[in-house]
Design a protein around this ligand. Structure first.
Ligand SMILES: [Fe+2]
Length: 322
C-alpha cells in the first residue's frame, strides 16, 4: 500500500474519560503525523496513560509505524521446531477462570506485530500463550526490562464481555498514607511468570500446570523490581506490583510480605482508581505499561476476541526519591 505523503491534520480533540484515560478523535493514525500533533499526543499520553482512538483502519505495518512514534518495538522470531511451547491448556489452573487463554501468533506481514486471539490459527506460528489475563498485571514485569507500552488494534470483539480494566497505580500510591509511602519507597519485590512460585496460584494448579510451572521456575530467573517505580518520563511515582507476577517483598518475613501485598492488591479493585474500557471494533489503544495494571473481564470461551498487538520496549524500572 503506498504511504500517503500528506501528514495527518495537526488538530485533534481530546475527550478525557476520567483521570486515567482519554479518547482522541479527528486523527487518522494510519497517516504520518505532523510533529506538532505528535508532541500534543505525547503530552496527552503522559497525563492520560490510556489513549483510545476510535474507528481506525490500520494494516499491521501501519500499526507498527504508529507504535514506533512512541519508541522502539519488540520484534519476534519464528520459533525453531524444537523450541518448547506450552500447549494451550498447559498453564491453566483448575478453577476461577473467566477468560480463555489467548495465543500470540506472528503476523505474516510484520515481525513486530502479533495476532492475539483465543482462536486456533493453524496457518500462523504461535509463539506464546497469555493466561490469566483476568488477574491484575503489568505486562512482562517478570522481565528485567519490561515493556514500556502496549498498543492493540481490535479486529473482533466477543458479542458480550471482554472489557479491559485499567488500574492507575500512580493514583493508588498517591492516596496512601504518608507513613505507608515512606515504608514502601526503596523496597524491591520478586516477580516471576511461574504460577507454581506464586502463593496466590500455587494451591489451585492441576498436575499439568504444576509441572509446567516447575519447568518455567527452573529455567527463568526471578526479576527484582522496585515496589514504587519512578516514571521514566514524568518522574511521577507509582506502585509497581501485581497479584499475577509479584511473589513477595524482598527482605520481609513471608507473613508480613503477604499481608502488605494483600492490602495493596485490594486497593486495585477500588473503582475510584480504575478505568474500564468497553471495546468497539476498530478501536486502537495505547497504554503506558509503567504505571498501570490491567486485566481482561470475562467473556465466553466459544466467542472470538482478536487483536493485533505491538509492544514498545522499555528500560530497567527504578525508584528515585523526589
Ligand atoms: Fe496483559
Amino acid at each position: 500500500m503506498p504511504v500517503p505523503s500528506t501528514p495527518a491534520p495537526m488538530v485533534f480533540t481530546l475527550n478525557p474519560l476520567g483521570p486515567t484515560a482519554a479518547e482522541i478523535t479527528g486523527l487518522d493514525c494510519a497517516r504520518p503525523m505532523a510533529p506538532e500533533a505528535l508532541r500534543a499526543l505525547k503530552r496527552a499520553y503522559l497525563t492520560y496513560p490510556v489513549l483510545i482512538f476510535r474507528d481506525q483502519v490500520l494494516s499491521a505495518p501501519e500499526l507498527a509505524a504508529f507504535g514506533r512514534l512512541f519508541g522502539p518495538l519488540e520484534t519476534y522470531q519464528r520459533p525453531t521446531a524444537d523450541a518448547h511451547r506450552p500447549p494451550l491448556a498447559c498453564l491453566r489452573q483448575s478453577d476461577a477462570r473467566t477468560t480463555p487463554d489467548q495465543m500470540l501468533f506472528l503476523h505474516p506481514e510484520d515481525s513486530s506485530v502479533l495476532v492475539m486471539t483465543n482462536e486456533a490459527l493453524p496457518d500462523l506460528a504461535a509463539i506464546a500463550v497469555v493466561d490469566n489475563a483476568e488477574c491484575w498485571h503489568s505486562d512482562a514485569s517478570h522481565k528485567a526490562e519490561p515493556y514500556q507500552a502496549i498498543a492493540v488494534y481490535v479486529l473482533q470483539n466477543p458479542a458480550s464481555g471482554g472489557d479491559t480494566e485499567f488500574c492507575d497505580l500512580r493514583r493508588i500510591y498517591e492516596a496512601l498514607p504518608a507513613a505507608d509511602r515512606k515504608l514502601l519507597a526503596g523496597l524491591t519485590a520478586a516477580h516471576h511468570w511461574s504460577k507454581s512460585l506464586n502463593p496466590r496460584f500455587a494451591g489451585a494448579l492441576d498436575d499439568t500446570a504444576r509441572q509446567e510451572g516447575g519447568r518455567i521456575a527452573a529455567t527463568i530467573p526471578q526479576a527484582h523490581q522496585p515496589v514504587v517505580r519512578t516514571h521514566p518520563e514524568t518522574g511521577r511515582p507509582a506502585l509497581y506490583l501485581s497479584p499475577r507476577f509479584t511473589l513477595s517483598i524482598d527482605g520481609a518475613a513471608p507473613d508480613a510480605s503477604q499481608a502488605i501485598l494483600d492490602e495493596l492488591f485490594a486497593l486495585m479493585d477500588d473503582p475510584r482508581y480504575c478505568y474500564r474500557h468497553r471495546w468497539r471494533d476498530r478501536d486502537l489503544m495505547i497504554w503506558d505499561n509503567c504505571c498501570l495494571n490491567h486485566r481482561v473481564r470475562g467473556y465466553p470461551a466459544n466467542d472470538v476476541r482478536r487483536r493485533h498487538r505491538i509492544t514498545i520496549g522499555g528500560d530497567r524500572p527504578y525508584y528515585r526519591a523526589a
